[in-house]
Design a protein around this ligand. Sequence first.
Ligand code: ADP
Ligand code: MG
Length: 254
Amino acid sequence: MASTNPAAALADDPMIEVEGLNKWYGDFHVLRDIDLTVAKGERIVICGPSGSGKSTLIRCLNHLEEHQQGRIVVDGVTMTQDVKRIEQIRRNVGMVFQHFNLFPHLSVLDNCCISQTWVQKKPRAEAEKTAMEFLERVRIADQARKYPGQLSGGQQQRVAIARALCMRPEVMLFDEPTSALDPEMIKEVLDVMVELARDGMTMLCVTHEMGFAKTVADRVIFMDQGQIIEQAPPETFFNHPESDRTKLFLSQIL
Ligand code: ADP
Ligand code: MG
C-alpha cells in the first residue's frame, strides 16, 4: 500500500504534524495510527467512504474532538487539554462545515464580526472593515445586512468561508462544504475555494468533488475504516490507485 508522503520534502516547516493518532468513541476505534504531515501552503483533499473517520480526523485538528493517543502539532503548538493551547490552535485554524453553522439570529455582517470583537477584542469598526473585505472576496458583500435564512445555501456557505477568513487563520479545514448544496450552487462555493488555494492558503478539504481535487490538490488522501489507506498527488491517485479499496471507491464515485 502506498503511503509515501510527497510533501515530505517540503515538510521541514510543517503547518500540521499528526503522529500515531488513535481515537475511540467508547469501544469503537475510529482513528487508527494516523500519521500526517501537512506543509505550509499545501492543499490536501481527503476522501473515503462514509463513516471512514474523515470528519473525526479534521475535527481532532482543532479539538472539536478529543483524541486518546498520539501527537497533534499545529503551527508549532502541541495540542494538549490546556484551554489556552486549544484556543491558540483554534485561532490559527478556520473551519467550514457541511451545514454552514451560521448564527441564524445574526446578520451576515454580524456573523463575520462576532468572533473578531469577542475573541480578538477588535473594535467594531475594524471588525466591520475586515468583514466587508472578506465578504467582497467571496462576492457577497451586497448581502451583508441580510440574515442567513434569507440567503441560498451557496450564499450561506460563502458567508461561512468569509467568516472563517476574518480570523486570518493559517489553515482552513473544510468538511464536505458542498455536500448539502443544490447542484447549481456547488460551483460558486468551489470557485471561492479554488481562489483561496491559489492564494496559498494551507487547506485540508474533505470532499468528493474530484474535479476540485484534480484542479487544486497537491495530495489526495484516501481513508477507510479509520486508516489512511493511500495518498498521492492527484494524477497518480486517480490514474494509478494502488489499493483495491481505493480502486473500488473510485469506481463508485467517478
Ligand atoms: P466520515 O466523516 O468519514 O463519514 P466520521 O468521522 O463522521 O466519518 O465517523 C466515523 C465513525 O465514527 C462512524 O462510524 C460514525 O458513526 C462514528 N461516530 C462519529 N461521531 C461519533 C460520536 N460522536 N459518537 C460515536 N460514534 C461516532
Ligand atoms: Mg464526515
